[in-house]
Design a protein around this ligand. Structure first.
Ligand SMILES: C[S@@+](CC[C@H](N)C(=O)[O-])C[C@H]1O[C@@H](n2cnc3c(N)ncnc32)[C@H](O)[C@@H]1O
Length: 280
């Protein structure tokens, strides 16, 4: 089951069209590794047969293949420092700035299976009991419907909770259901999970106080990164904060962002925005 040059080119352009993910030259092995299992599951004899079906359209199959091409690596409290910055500075500052509205909106864009958004939920619940009477909402979005469904469900395997989740938080915020761990409803109810392609038109994204857009821009072209950063600016309050992944930056892509460092971690604010206007 090896991929011909023309099938690889077709997959490169299909994946880019549907997800903005750029498959560089020489990534044939990745396409094979991700799509051969799909081809088998779907009853095709060869990967080439499945790609022939993709060429004819087959929307449900296209969706399955695009989802299979996404990389969903994540973990609880991944790269801990953004969460520490939220605890030490971002949330305390927001609690002062939003005293009047008592509303905070946080977005985990490209949420994968939900560990990031529930880490944020636990952090706020654990460290800021004063927020219990506030309206705190979390939006979690991903291209892959399978990931959105997992986030909405909030159920994690033993292996997943072993990655980054302190035992104290596990027993406090999860119930054991069969072999898995189910996030408690009090946290799950705060999360709206929905499918959204960051590279297409954004609909119904409320104004955000904090955006976690981590470990997804790396898959896109510079032009797509620039477009997405431009859209984030439109949904981020002027004193709002953007977190990117540790290998990602706005530098040399969109210089209207100012990089600020909190306890050693970089985050970003819109340069020259006027936070005074946005208090409350
Ligand atoms: C590596 S995970 C990052 C998860 C989490 N943000 C973290 O840092 O742990 C990347 C996620 O981006 C999603 N993704 C890829 N392309 C996307 C797109 N065009 N729009 C929205 N999400 C996308 C994938 O489905 C995947 O779940």
């Amino acid at each position: 089951m090896t991929l011909s040059a023309s099938d690889y080119e077709f997959m490169q352009s299909l994946v880019c069209d549907r997800s903005a993910i750029v498959l560089e030259a020489n990534k044939e092995y990745l396409v094979e590794a991700r799509l051969i299992p799909v081809a088998k599951r779907e009853g095709f004899e060869t990967l080439a047969d499945m790609i022939a079906a993709l060429r004819k359209g087959a929307p449900a199959l296209v969706t399955k293949c695009i989802e299979a091409m996404t990389t969903n690596e994540t973990s609880f409290f991944r790269d801990s420092s953004p969460f520490e910055a939220m605890k030490s500075t971002i949330i305390p500052d927001l609690m002062k700035a939003r005293e009047a509205s008592r509303t905070i909106n946080i977005w985990s864009a490209a949420c994968s299976s939900g560990q990031e958004v529930y880490s944020l939920g636990m952090l706020l619940r654990e460290s800021f009991p004063g927020l219990l009477t506030w309206n705190v909402q979390f939006l979690a979005t991903d291209l892959a419907q399978g990931m959105v469904d997992r986030t909405a469900k909030g159920s994690f395997s033993q292996l997943e909770v072993n990655r980054g989740l302190p035992a104290l938080l596990l027993v406090k915020y999860f119930n054991k259901v069969g072999p898995d761990w189910q996030i408690k409803d009090e946290l799950r109810a705060k999360v709206t999970a929905r499918q959204m392609n960051l590279a297409q038109e954004w609909r119904d994204v409320p104004m955000m106080d904090v955006v976690f857009l981590r470990n997804v821009l790396i898959y896109f072209s510079v032009e797509t990164r620039r477009q997405i950063l431009g859209r984030v600016k439109r949904v981020l309050k002027p004193d709002g904060t953007l977190f990117l992944g540790s290998a990602e930056t706005t530098l040399n892509i969109d210089d209207s962002w100012e990089r600020i460092t909190i306890n050693g971690v970089s985050c970003y604010r819109v340069r020259d925005a006027n936070p005074a206007k946005m208090a409350a």
